[in-house]
Design a protein around this ligand. Structure first.
Ligand code: EPZ
Length: 426
């Protein structure tokens, strides 16, 4: 397995371009491949292993996909394959997105139950409940979900779970409802920017969705959806990660291709911590003139502070003056990176969903392990600020959600090498 060797003591300076949003392109590609009756073309598609894995799932269902630079051409499924197999679904939870669209389009679906991962059990009861509200018959047997319905019928539903709205369930049910008979109202819908981007794509295909960007989505079912062309929004979490990377190295970086509306809570909390964000029409200049102050952060569904930025801000707060408290309210087990940061000299104490971070003056490089894509990203960011060398293993986690992370960072002054297990530079 590949590793990243990160030299410490670097200060980032220059421009980092933000790529397309992973969590938007995944459901949009599913909609294009299953719900559409014609070819769709997606632009600003990031070069990620998750995109490759999803393309394999869609090809397995009979769609044809072709990537050219950052454009993804998708020809919808043309035969009745309706099974998403375990060996692909286990690699990526987002494969569950095919469930609703397959039932809406083909009347049936057989999808492997997605596994849990390092950040918690990742249940899908809301996905199943939403489909049952639409009239589907859903059973779970030997690790597979079986769903079928002659025709889905629109209805009103409340889709909030114990930790708030569900991004995945909102995407799944919204996609399924586009071809249902009658009108569906989803109350407690997720409002993340990538859900709004998916809704806009579906409307461009001919769907009729109202309430985009709010927690009440109204979907008037239509008979057919056509192929269309769409430019995927930029990735708010990748942008937030690079903003933290600049701040943690006390750099001066222009993060290009993000708007303040996409990252309201990230901007707010980083400013509170002492990071300076100077916005213009194309992005934001990040400087850290003063020392970082300890702050309190609670992760919440959008527009709250995103859970996918929790590891990154924890890394920054390890070097703050004073104490910070993080409450992780979205995922039940998303602190594995804390132990890795403590290996580098951080002072983090965990107590259930609470993390107490006592800022320390400096961190030292060490061999550490990525446990999920955001945990991996923070280890790289902290490694750049630490003294000495940090070796980050299990880099495949990072590649799932970050397009050539070391290339983008080396272009602004980092010193990161990707090596194979036996130490050869790739
Ligand atoms: C999406 O996961 C993202 N993944 C995650 O990003 C992100 O952390 C999460 O949304 C929250 O923003 C993709 O978009 C591909 P949820 P998802 O359903 O849809 C509970 C990353 O770093 N829940 O919004 O799986 C669940 O346990 C990844 O890019 C139920 O209880 O998240 C969690 O506590 C990691 N029942 C909460 O809701 C359900 O049926 C939010 O989960 C579904 C979810």
């Amino acid at each position: 397995m590949e590793r990243l060797i990160v030299k410490g003591g670097t200060r980032l300076q220059g421009t980092i371009p933000v790529s397309g949003c992973k969590n938007a392109v995944l459901p949009i590609a599913v909609a294009a491949a299953i719900l559409g009756d014609g070819v769709s073309v997606l632009h600003n598609v990031p070069n990620l292993t998750d995109v490759k894995t999803l393309s394999a799932v869609l090809e397995g269902l009979g769609a044809t996909t072709k990537i050219k630079k950052s454009s993804l051409y998708i020809e919808p499924i043309n035969h009745l394959e309706y099974e998403a197999p375990y060996e692909l679904v286990r690699k990526m939870r987002a494969s569950i997105y095919v469930l609703g669209p397959l039932v809406a389009k083909l009347g049936k679906a057989k999808v492997s139950f997605p596994g849990g991962c390092a950040i918690g059990p990742r249940p899908i009861d809301l996905h199943i409940r939403g489909l049952e509200h639409l009239g589907a018959e859903v059973t779970v047997e030997s690790g597979y979900i079986y769903a079928q319905a002659k025709r889905l019928v629109g209805t009103e539903m409340y889709l909030m779970g114990p930790h708030g709205p569900s991004v995945g369930a909102t995407a799944n049910i919204m996609m399924a409802a586009t071809l249902a008979e009658g009108t569906t109202v989803i109350r407690g819908a997720a409002c993340e920017p990538h859900i709004s981007d998916l809704a806009r794509f579906l409307n461009a295909m001919g769907a009729d969705i109202e309430g985009i960007g709010t927690s009440v989505l109204t979907i008037h079912g239509v008979k057919q959806l056509r192929g269309t062309e769409h430019t995927v929004i930029s990735d708010d979490i990748e942008a937030g990660t690079f903003i933290v990377a600049s701040a943690i190295t006390r750099g001066d970086v222009y993060v290009k291709g993000i708007t303040p509306q996409q990252i309201p809570a990230i901007s707010e909390k980083l400013t509170e911590a002492g990071v300076e964000l100077d916005w213009d029409d194309n992005g934001v200049r990040v400087t850290t003139p003063r020392e970082i102050r300890g702050i309190d952060v609670t992760t919440e569904p959008f527009p709250g502070f995103p859970t996918d930025m929790q590891a990154q801000i924890m890394g920054l707060l390890c070097l703050a003056s004073g104490t910070s408290i993080i409450m992780e309210n979205v995922h039940t087990d998303r602190y594995i990176h804390a132990a890795e940061l403590n290996r580098m000299g951080a002072d983090i104490m965990l107590d259930g969903s609470k993390a107490v971070i006592n800022g320390v003056g400096r961190l030292s490089g060490a061999p550490v392990m990525a446990s999920d894509l955001r945990a991996g990203a923070v280890l790289v960011a902290v490694g750049m600020a630490a003294i000495g060398e940090t070796i980050v293993s299990r880099v495949y986690h990072i590649d799932r959600g970050y397009e050539s992370i070391e290339e983008k960072l080396n272009n602004v002054g980092a010193n990161i090498k990707r090596v194979t297990d036996n130490g050869e530079e790739t």
